[in-house]
Design a protein around this ligand. Structure first.
Ligand code: TYM
Length: 331
């Protein structure tokens, strides 16, 4: 079992990232060999101010460490520092089919109406993402539901490559999605939109950097409905905002939605929201305190990322050599 996953170093780490990916990475460190990276090459598929990107790379590294990613157990690096990612991407881009990329819903969503003006990188980045995991022969890729299609593309590329060149080189990676709300944390303002760093209003998301009062205020102002909470998860089906808030509490407490409802059924949101706010503060405030500590030592962050990149390269170099050999690019 080898676990590999990444996150773009843009914006603040939010609750969707934490429940959908990072806190699950932290748990997996105890069970498997793990590589986690900052997908900084992905971050430049849309224009990012270079000074801000540089700062965000350190900030996201600090946020991951504060959340419990432990460099003594896992390899943590920025994928731009391991040139084999870009090199393998080229080779895999010759295996991936245009029709496969045309199906990627995230490109459709991110490029909006004006596809002609989107960067070529935004279009091909699922191939880089495939290289990210195939370089290390990942078996499990813990991600939120929004990344499932990209990992399935990586599976298709791995299988076609092995088949075309008659090798058993690449492992077909599995998307490893959390249950319940952890798969997809929704916006606090619209239960049909996922929580994301790109949403304009900060009130739609809870950030790792939000202080306790801000968290309480965001929960207080979260959109809800006037009905009391039902007895079971089935009663939440046509109530996306209610389902999201109950799901978040279930994910934080690591229990089922039915178990949460067994405790809170019959309550209105006036009673439920303070419970949720307390749980969020309980989860986030210790992480925020640790974030402050990591921020204070940028040299240590750089040291951790450099050591991680060196370790990742040791694994990546032989994979690229084998891929080049398979396609006939080496003697
Ligand atoms: P990114 O940076 O958008 O998100 C990082 C992780 O957070 C998860 N996530 C969510 N999970 C649940 N609910 C949400 N609202 C939510 N929002 C985000 C994402 O699913 C992801 O797991 N392309 C990737 C980064 C990447 C990558 C990879 C991931 C690059 N290479 C290889 C896995 C393997 C991205 O943009 O994630």
């Amino acid at each position: 079992m080898r676990v590999v996953s990444g996150i773009q170093p843009t914006g603040d780490l939010h609750l969707g990232n934490l429940l959908g990916a990072i806190l699950r990475w932290v748990r997996m460190q105890e069970e498997a060999e793990c590589l986690f990276f900052l997908a900084d090459l992905h971050a430049i598929t849309v224009y990012n101010d270079p000074t801000k990107l540089r700062a965000n790379i350190r900030e996201m590294a600090a946020a991951l460490l504060a959340s419990g990613v432990d460099p003594a157990k896992s390899t943590l690096f920025a994928h731009s520092q391991v040139p084999e990612h870009a090199e393998l991407q080229w080779i895999l881009g010759c295996t991936a089919r245009i029709g496969w990329l045309n199906r990627m819903t995230q490109f459709k969503a991110k490029s909006g109406k004006n596809k002609e003006t989107a960067s070529v990188g935004l279009y091909t980045y699922p191939v880089l993402q495939a290289a990210d995991v195939m370089l290390y022969n990942a078996t499990h890729v813990p991600v939120g539901d929004d990344q499932k299609q990209h990992i399935e593309l990586a599976r298709d590329i791995a299988m076609k490559f092995n088949n075309d060149y008659g090798v058993e080189l690449f492992t077909a990676p599995e998307p490893f999605i959390g249950g319940g709300a952890a798969a997809r944390v929704m916006s606090l303002r619209d239960g049909n939109e996922k929580m994301s760093k790109s949403a304009e209003s900060d009130m739609t998301r809870i950030n790792l950097t939000d202080d306790d009062d801000t968290i309480a205020q965001k929960v207080r102002k979260a959109k809800t409905d006037p009905e009391p909470l039902p007895e079971t998860a089935k009663g939440l089906e046509a109530r996306p905002e209610a389902k999201n808030l109950v799901g978040i509490l279930a994910a934080i407490e690591d229990r089922s939605v039915d178990a949460v409802l067994a405790e809170h059924a019959g309550k209105g949101f006036g009673d439920f929201k303070p419970v949720l706010a307390d749980a969020l503060v309980g989860l986030l405030s210790p992480l925020r305190a640790r974030l402050e500590e990591f921020r204070r030592d940028p040299a240590e962050l750089d040291r951790i990322l450099d050591a991680g990149a060196a370790r990742a390269r040791e694994l990546a170099i032989p994979t690229v050599a084998a891929a080049k050999k398979a396609v006939g690019l080496s003697r």
